[in-house]
Structure formats: structure tokens, C-alpha cells
Design a protein around this ligand. Structure first.
Ligand code: ADE
Length: 244
């Protein structure tokens, strides 16, 4: 999986993504990251990449030429035209299903905008996907691109070890993850639930599933519209609720 990020702040992307699991994934060659400085492609002798908006108004607009030429350099170097994601609060809201979908691609280009926006003509020319990371406005597309690269990389085969596996976690089957505990058995007067010490795998699994459903009900009931629940799930949840 090769990420090509068109940005005015390549060092921000490089520094943000070269640690921990992602850093290891890059060292091991499961993902590559290429942060391309749009400014390197400007034809302007003063290295300018933005200008005033036609029609007036506040702020500056990123011009089409440097972005298009940076994009074209990527396309020519890899020999095909991959999906190109423009980070914008006007896009479709990013979620786990999209992360899995994008992880199937060989190459992805991200375009990080800044200032008041990007000349519409270059967006029409190169962008295949308009994506937002949530209903709030950030100062640029770099943080959203980093969020997406992180979430997508985790879904690339080989990036997570079995122990870190991306299955059975939050959002799998539209449920939040169950609570986790580690040593000691008692901390601050709180004990680990007995069922987790029982060694009975079936019971542990049933308890975890019920906790997932309960947690989703409490924190994100909107997700339950998509979740598949059995009669046994419902009975177990009712039992847990009665104990509370
Ligand atoms: N650029 C600015 N705000 C953004 C957001 N919420 N998501 C994606 N790109 C953005």
C-alpha cells in the first residue's frame, strides 16, 4: 500500500506518521509514505501557490497548476491513475468500512487543502473521493490525511500482528469493544469480573459479546441499527441490566 500525500507541509506528515505501529509497517515495507511538497511544483518564480479568489471574499485560494503538476508527477511515476482523496468538511464522513475499502487499493493519493479552499477546476480534474473526518472545520487537510492513513494502514494485511489484530475490535459487527482488564486481579478496591478468571472460554466469549452490546447501547445506540443481535443477546443484556 503506497500513500502519496500532496501537501504544503510534508514535514508535518512525515513526523506524525513515522512512529509506533505505522513506523514499523513502513520499515517492514507493508506501507510506503511519500509526502510531496506542492510548492516544489509551482511555475511561479516567487514559489507562490495561492492567489485571491475571483469574485472577491476573504482568504486565499490554492491554485490549480502546482497541485495538478504534483498529482501528475505521482501518476507518471506509478504508471496509473489511483483514487485521489480530497480532505474536506464537505466530504462523506470517514468510517471503519471506508478504511477497509481504501485498504484494498495499491496506491492512494491524498490532497491536503489549506487557506479558504482549492481552485474547483483542479478538484474536478483529479479528485475521485471527497472525504471528511467529522463535522468540524480544521485549518488544513494534513491532520485528516494522517487520521485516514493510520486507520487504513491498520487494515492492510501484515501491518498488525495477530496479537494486535483488527478483528473483534470496536466497530466489528457495528459494536463497540468490550472492556479489557490486566493484572492485578484487584486494583483500587476494584476486582476483575470473575468470569474472566474462570478459564471457561465459551463463558468469556458470551460475556464479552454481551458487554459489547451493552456498551454500544449505552454510548452509541445509533450503531445498533446496523448490528445483528440474537434473542440470546437480548436475554443476556436484560440479565446484566437487572443485576445493575
Ligand atoms: N479540512 C478541514 N476540516 C476538515 C475535516 N473536518 N475533514 C476533512 N478535511 C478537513
Amino acid at each position: 500500500m503506497n500513500f502519496h500525500i500532496l501537501t504544503l507541509f510534508p514535514e508535518m506528515i512525515e513526523q506524525g506518521l513515522n512512529t509506533s505501529i505505522l513506523g514499523k509497517a513502513m520499515q517492514n515495507g507493508f506501507v510506503t509514505l511519500d509526502a510531496i511538497n506542492i510548492r516544489d511544483y509551482t511555475a511561479d518564480k516567487h514559489k507562490k501557490v495561492d492567489d485571491y479568489p475571483y469574485g472577491g471574499g476573504a482568504g486565499m485560494v490554492m491554485q490549480a497548476q502546482p497541485i495538478y503538476d504534483a498529482w501528475k508527477a505521482v501518476v507518471e511515476s506509478i504508471g496509473h491513475r489511483p483514487r485521489c482523496i480530497y480532505l474536506t468538511p464537505q466530504g462523506r464522513t470517514f468510517n471503519q468500512d471506508m478504511a477497509k475499502e481504501f485498504a484494498k487499493e495499491e496506491d492512494l493519493i491524498f490532497l491536503c487543502g489549506h487557506y479558504e479552499g482549492v481552485d474547483e477546476r483542479v478538484l474536478e480534474e483529479i479528485v475521485t473521493d471527497f472525504v471528511s473526518i467529522g463535522d468540524y472545520v480544521l485549518t488544513g487537510g494534513e491532520l485528516p490525511a494522517m487520521v485516514m492513513v493510520d486507520a487504513i494502514s491498520r487494515m492492510v494485511p501484515g501491518v498488525l500482528t495477530n496479537a494486535e489484530s483488527g478483528t473483534g475490535e470496536t466497530f466489528e459487527g457495528s459494536l463497540l469493544e468490550y472492556p479489557q482488564y490486566s493484572r492485578p486481579v484487584e486494583w483500587n478496591g476494584k476486582r476483575v469480573p470473575d468470569v474472566l478468571l474462570s478459564g471457561d472460554h465459551k463463558k468469556v466469549e458470551a460475556w464479552r459479546h454481551a458487554q459489547s452490546v451493552l456498551r454500544t447501547l449505552e454510548h452509541r445506540p445509533d450503531l445498533l441499527d446496523e448490528a445483528e443481535l440474537s434473542l440470546a443477546d437480548v436475554k443476556q443484556i436484560l440479565a446484566i441490566l437487572q443485576e445493575k
